[in-house]
Design a protein around this ligand. Structure first.
Ligand code: KG4
Ligand code: ZN
Length: 394
């Protein structure tokens, strides 16, 4: 990594915290690489007095972080050592399938059932025991609060029991930096299109934790629109991969669905219009009787979404002058989005990268990775860190 600091050597000593991290909940130690034994760090600006850390983390050049993700319907854990992914275990909850969407209460209960096994498996595949960890990171938002609480509290309890730092991670930062986990990942600056079931945003990233949101959805996220349209077409849940598969056999010009905000100057998105347009089309024409008819609707809807995503991303890259583009989040697995954005990038001379499929969807490795980025910068979180449903990317 171009920005990675060198070997860190922190000796045990009395550290003080500054609670004025980006999120307001982070405790930032002075540059850990410069901390010497017994050095007093910054004062805690929020409460106005020095706070001795509960556990002193002594690490050398190796830092192994466990990451836990439970914000929605994937129970996942991964282990990262010095920026390299050692394991990534994802258990997708099938319990929601009959309902055509995620049922929050069922998600929390499923996380509860799965988390111990998933974390154990992530440690085993990484070839380590919990005692080998130097820190534990967990998603603390955005997401379903009941679901978040399971992973968050599990991570906190484990960190507390082991006497190692706990690091709260914004789920969107996980997606944002997931591209850096790949060997061919970008250097800074890059432009990230994050497209998932809960979010659609364009983010300009100039350095680690230096990012600005250029635009985001004003209503439905791209993945949400895919899931809702799939439900209308009787394709089941999750709808994105099913529409993607059906659309391969369909004609994208069969029906002209609206491309919202395409002609406006904003980088914001809106996908509820295209979803409603599909609903009205079905109301007026009925559900197609043939599989080809369904495939045509899938391809037409998909192109309406992809057109807007590609056009706005290219426009943002041209106006910011950034030549490296990355896509992340569940919808970045979409084959049409990948090929159309790939074509556009080739045409404009931009470099496009995306994480492998297992890092596109919600996963613990990306949380461990951001946890590692934070801890190597001396950033950790208090055990009082809350789960926040609508946590912003700041
Ligand atoms: O990032 P993710 O796993 O979870 C959230 O943070 O939301 O994204 C899940 C979303 C779902 O809406 C799913 O339908 C969508 O990603 N998705 C896709 C594809 N694979 C997953 N959408 C379109 N095409 C796909 N191939
Ligand atoms: Zn996600």
């Amino acid at each position: 990594m171009p920005w990675q600091s060198g070997a860190l050597t922190v000796s045990a000593g009395s550290l003080s915290c500054s609670c004025a991290g980006r999120s307001g909940w982070e405790q930032t130690f002075s540059n850990p690489s410069k901390l010497a034994a017994g050095s007093a760090g910054a004062r805690c600006r929020n409460v106005g007095h020095s706070v001795e850390s509960q556990s002193l983390f002594a690490y050398n050049d190796t830092m192994m972080i466990l990451g836990i993700e439970s914000s929605c319907d994937e129970t996942s854990a991964g282990v990262v050592r010095d920026g390299a992914v050692l394991s990534n275990v994802i258990s997708s909850q099938l319990v929601h399938t009959p309902f055509g969407g995620v049922v929050p209460e069922l998600a929390s209960r499923a996380h509860q059932r799965l988390i111990l096994e998933v974390v154990g498996e992530a440690l085993a595949r990484a070839g380590t025991k919990k005692e080998g960890l130097h820190g534990i990171a967990a998603t603390h938002g955005p997401g379903l609060v009941g679901a978040l609480l399971v992973g968050l509290n599990f991570g906190k309890a484990m960190a507390y029991g082991l006497g190692i730092p706990f690091i709260g991670v914004n789920h969107m930062e996980g997606h944002l930096y997931s591209n850096l986990m790949a060997p061919s990942g970008h250097a800074f600056p890059f432009l990230a299109l994050i497209v998932s079931g809960g979010h659609t945003m364009l983010v300009q990233v100039t350095g680690p934790f230096e990012h600005a949101v250029l635009g985001q959805t004003r209503d439905d996220a791209a993945g949400e629109a895919f899931d809702k349209v799939a439900k209308m077409l009787g394709l089941g849940y999750p709808g994105g991969p099913r529409i993607d598969a059906m659309a391969k056999r369909g004609n994208p010009q069969a029906v002209r669905f609206p491309r919202s905000y395409l002609n406006s100057d904003t980088y914001d998105f809106s996908f509820s219009g295209v979803k409603t347009a599909v609903l009205y089309h079905l109301r007026d024409n009925g559900l197609p009787a043939t599989e080809q008819g369904i495939a045509d609707l899938c391809a037409s809807f998909q192109d309406a979404v992809v057109d807007v995503l590609v056009e706005k991303t290219v426009r943002a890259a041209r106006s910011t002058g950034i030549r490296d583009i990355t896509i992340a989040g569940g919808v970045s697995a979409n084959s049409r989005l990948r090929s159309r954005l790939g074509d556009a990038c080739r045409q404009h001379g931009f470099r496009l990268s995306y994480p492998s499929l297992e890092y596109c969807m919600d996963n613990g490795a990306m949380i461990a990775y951001v946890g590692w980025m934070k801890l190597t910068r001396g950033i950790r979180s208090p055990l009082s860190l809350p789960a926040v449903a609508a946590l912003d990317l700041v």
